[in-house]
Design a protein around this ligand. Structure first.
Ligand SMILES: [Zn+2]
Length: 275
């Protein structure tokens, strides 16, 4: 599942690929990807003739800005975009095609079919679901250690569950929560409200660092999320705990353990992250 760094990478790539392109028409082959408006013909009608002005990110959502409209797209498990010529054969599981007036096409492919698109008038997207209930951006300047302390204060839920909850902080998913907690030396099952100032400071640093490093590395996703330029997100970044159960910890050589927290597979070092 793409997390903040992967979506940031997709955003950057889409800005290179589709900015200033004009939509001629849109074909939708799987209606349920389009969550707003209800009618896929209206979706296509509204988008025709619009120019792509740029792509931004909010949490794990892409905001594709068109003159006067905003398309909010979530890739969920396996959604991906690719830029093709209209002559290229259409791959299986391609559900939405944005046909541009220059003979190229942005194609949305999604094997699992969990991805969503919502179309809004510009500005409306921020006050409506799914974006309206999103928490703070962890790479925004306003995400300080004091802010993190405020978020955690008094919470009796496990730290991992709080970090995964998009209502508080957006974009950090299962992989980067495990990595951040490991870097900070914090057990994923500790009560969020019980963290001491020093731990919060370490955690804040770990979150910002982990996400920034991954963006630099092009996102650490196991699969490619954009195939328009070939190599997006293909290189798995050096993950220190995620997926390393049974292997020696890079800091202390104890064996990494895997458990389940809040229904999610959770990786940690029993020595570096004592409860
Ligand atoms: Zn360790």
């Amino acid at each position: 599942m793409p997390e903040l760094p992967e979506v940031e990478t997709v955003k950057n790539t889409l800005n290179l690929l589709i900015k200033d392109k004009i939509i001629d028409h849109v074909s939708v082959h799987l209606a349920r990807i389009i969550q707003r408006p209800d009618d896929i013909e209206e979706f296509s009608f509204l988008l025709a003739g619009h120019t792509i002005q740029g792509v931004e990110r909010r949490g794990k959502f892409l905001r594709i800005l068109l003159d006067g409209l905003v398309l909010v797209s979530h890739l969920r498990m396996e959604g991906r975009y690719g830029l093709f010529s209209s002559q290229d054969p259409v791959e299986k599981h391609t559900h939405v095609i944005f046909h541009f007036n220059d003979g190229t096409e942005l194609r949305y492919k999604d094997v699992r079919q969990f991805g969503t698109m919502h179309l809004f008038g510009a500005g409306e997207e921020l006050i409506n679901l799914p974006l309206s209930k999103l928490g703070i951006e962890p790479l925004d300047e306003s995400f300080t250690k004091e802010k993190l302390k405020m978020i955690l204060n008094g919470k009796k839920t496990k730290i991992k569950s709080v970090l995964l909850n998009q209502v508080y902080i957006v974009g950090i998913g299962n992989i980067y929560v495990d990595e951040s907690l490991f870097k900070a030396g914090i057990h994923p099952e500790l009560n969020a409200g019980s963290l001491e100032d020093k731990q919060i400071e370490k955690l804040h640093h770990a979150i910002v660092n982990t996400l920034s490093e991954s963006i630099e590395a092009g996102g650490s996703s196991i699969k490619s999320y954009v195939n328009g330029q070939g190599e997006m997100g293909m290189f798995q970044q050096q993950l220190q705990v995620y997926g390393r159960q049974g292997k020696p910890c890079v800091k202390c050589s104890a064996l990494i353990e895997k458990t389940v927290v809040g229904g999610r597979g959770t990786h940690f070092c029993p020595k570096c992250q004592e409860i």
